[in-house]
Design a binder for this molecule. Sequence first.
Ligand code: AMP
Ligand code: MG
Length: 347
Amino acid sequence: MKKTLVCKIDKDNIDIKKIKEFAHILRNGGTVIFPTETVYGLGANALDEEASKKIYEAKGRPSDNPLIVHIADKEDINKLATNINERAKKVIDRFWPGPITIVLKKKDIVPSTTSGGLDTVAVRMPSHPIALRLIKESGVVVAAPSANISGRPSPTDEENVLEEMNGRVDGIILGGDCNVGLESTVLDLTGDIPMILRPGGVTLEDLNEVLGNVIIDPAILKKNKNIVAKAPGMKYTHYSPKASVYIVSGEKDNVINKINSLVNDGKERGQKIGVMCINENISKYKGEVIGLGEDLNEVAFNLFKVLREMDKRNVDVIYSETFENNGIGQAVMNRLTKAAGYKIIQA
Ligand code: AMP
Ligand code: MG
């Protein structure tokens, strides 16, 4: 167990003295967890091999899964990447600071511990005021994957981050809820056609508006051993609560009937069954029912938190409704499908 410095910081009234303490930890090769607008990140100096190794240790993350480098000044991308093409400039102008990461050819200065052994680097400028201030004060660029134990849902609130990570890192900044709730979009700009490697806060529709022809990596749409994911992390189990998750898909009424009959079957087996649904359907289900929100943005915001809540309620199995697979819904369905290990029941 490490001794972890834990502090609450108000994002609307940032205590610079406290930020400086955490910045000092980063500058000296330590690890700090901080809020971003997507999820909480587990940061260390991205250009310090020893520091970035500490991230993998704290998360128990496989070392071929690359890290995203967070910067507080758009210009800093020039230190990290080469071939910064027109498309990259358009994405940066339009969406930074914000929930989109771009992948470009890396410069030699980026250690292979940070790039997961690839010759590319993933870079993002977050918009969260605490993240920006911390990175600026640290004077280093900050590798920061989601602050969860590898394979678990990403933490999006103070309680979950503290429960999971206290004692595993040098510092934790508690800065309230992350308002997107899902990780950034990862966009590969090294090929002829821009490719989304991971759907996220910036949608395919948003990107098509700015870049025209954008495609989604076929490897993330379905489980297929023959397609190798370009984003290495995508091959690992992800976002998994302790319970087995199943997605139930079909016409609305059929889904409701199917889930209720599955809940009954489970109860007969003596299991505790969780149900995740859109709020308007809460009263239609039996079991441990948790509403994910009124609309897709709320579902994105709540998904990881609810998966973790199901763990706290000790449910054995979770059945989830399906959500519209467009806009932010693509990111929702991507995370949910992975949490379910691709188990989908047709109603
Ligand atoms: P996390 O920081 O936990 O959100 O995970 C970072 C994810 O970004 C990885 O799992 C990869 O999917 C993706 N990523 C990071 N760097 C690269 C890269 N150089 N090329 C492709 N994907 C990347
Ligand atoms: Mg992650």
